[in-house]
Design a protein around this ligand. Structure first.
Ligand SMILES: *Cc1c(COP(=O)(O)O)cnc(C)c1O
Ligand SMILES: [Zn+2]
Length: 415
């Protein structure tokens, strides 16, 4: 059961067949996958979804056709947990965390890669590739290893060591480029022309790739008991995730699968790479590209491809976009860990710090429900915290030394 049709241009609506193509010949607009929602209505039901696997593929009918079988390493169906202690600190009534640290390679990118490589395999590709800020490369390398494909992942050479190691371990070819992500992306667009037989997850396969992010909206709705939340905070790099989270809620509403209306969407960016937050706050329709300088490397895209669509979604019904400095990102990684037991990478710190900022300026309503997407695991960016998150004291192996340290840390009363 699958209701995807071919591709169509987001700008002019021109239809294209189901193939690895990503720009419109007529207007250079981006292409996206279409669905026959009229045919799906009444056929894709809460029950039919609940009979599916505990992964993104329970929503397979509303994703690009995976062919004979999806490339399924287990992405998705991550916990949605009520965050009561953090809610109390932030002064809000109902806060939920969508804990996407719990994916096979520790980030939300497993959702989009599982969809992209399923489509790539169906379309006859045999090599996986991508331009990445880190997490995408890890996920592509892992999923390629899982199906026995070679992979070519291309990243800025100065990425976090932990992210490079987590990619290289899967055995593909990892090219470190002396430059930032925007340089990497430019290079990869040239490589796609030279190697049309390579499936670049986020370039020639982008229409399929991006659909994977809809599953965040599907899962959030289902996990809330088939209702939509009032407000959702989404970290923004290229803007693909935010745009497709919006699309996911709209499709579920259109199919009558959820109660409630489309949530207000809020973006989250690091000040060191905040072209969308800047355009939003100045009322501009287009972004001015920025040279990234932030510890939130996974979000460091200075010229985001989907920026105009993100701005549309943020403005559709009263959203906003946070812009937070690196010290607040670190502070909020710690705040989330201390209050909720969830260890996030720098992108998660951006989400929580942006959430706090937008609550404080009143654009996020404290009395309405909020979901914050925590998109990557803290082990991915250990470099950011190893110097501050250390042992409380170093002691000699004696009872006396231990008791003295415990008094110092006020765990026992001073005598
Ligand atoms: C890639 C990524 C995002 C969002 O990316 P988009 O390009 O906006 O879809 C968010 N968080 C993490 C951890 C990521 O790796
Ligand atoms: Zn077009």
């Amino acid at each position: 059961m699958n209701f995807a049709t071919g591709l169509r241009c987001r700008e002019c609506g021109t239809a294209y067949p189901d193939e690895a193509r990503y720009v419109c010949n007529n207007c250079f607009g981006p292409l996206e996958v279409g669905y026959d929602l009229d045919a799906a209505r009444g056929v894709v039901t809460r029950e039919s979804i609940q009979e599916g696997p505990l992964s993104i593929w329970r929503y397979g009918a509303l994703l690009p056709d995976p062919g004979l079988a999806p490339v399924d390493l287990g992405a998705g169906w991550t916990p949605l947990r009520r965050a009561t202690r953090l809610a109390e600190v932030l002064g809000v009534r109902e806060l939920w965390l969508k804990d996407d640290t719990r994916n096979p390679t520790g980030s939300f990118k497993d959702r989009v890669v599982s969809v992209a490589l399923s489509s790539a395999r169906r379309l006859g590709f045999t090599t996986a590739a991508c331009a990445s800020t880190g997490n995408l490369a890890t996920s592509v390398a892992a999923h390629a290893a899982f199906i026995g494909w070679p992979s070519v992942t291309i990243i800025p050479a100065d990425l976090e060591k932990s992210k490079i190691a987590m990619t290289a371990i899967f055995g593909g070819t990892v090219l470190g480029v002396e430059g930032n992500y925007d340089d990497v992306n430019r290079l990869c667009v040239e490589l796609v022309d030279e190697h049309p037989d390579w499936a670049f997850a986020n370039i020639n396969l982008r229409p399929f790739y991006s659909e994977g992010s809809k599953t965040l909206a599907f899962e959030i709705s289902e996990q809330l008991g088939w209702r939509t939340p009032d407000q959702v905070v989404v970290p923004v790099a290229s803007g693909s995730q935010l745009t497709k989270v919006a699309k996911g809620f709209k499709e579920f509403i259109e199919l009558g699968l959820v109660d409630g209306s489309a949530p207000v969407l809020f973006g989250a960016q690091a000040t060191g790479c905040s072209p969308i937050a800047t355009a939003f706050s100045t009322g501009a329709d287009f972004i001015t590209p920025q040279r990234p300088n932030t510890i939130a490397r996974s979000l460091a895209i200075g010229n985001p491809a989907d920026a105009p669509y993100v701005l549309d979604e943020l403005r559709a019904n009263g959203g906003d976009c946070g812009s937070v400095p690196d010290d607040e990102i670190l502070e909020c990684i710690e705040l989330l860990a201390k209050t909720e037991g969830v260890f996030a990478e720098t992108a998660g710190g951006v989400t929580i710090a942006s959430l706090r900022q937008m609550i404080n300026r009143g654009t996020i309503d404290r009395d309405k429900s909020i979901v914050a997407i925590i998109s990557g695991h803290g082990l991915k960016t250990l470099d950011a915290i190893v110097d501050t998150a250390t042992v409380s004291s170093t002691i000699s192996p004696s009872l006396e030394a231990a008791e003295e340290a415990l008094r110092f840390h006020q765990l026992v009363a001073a005598s």
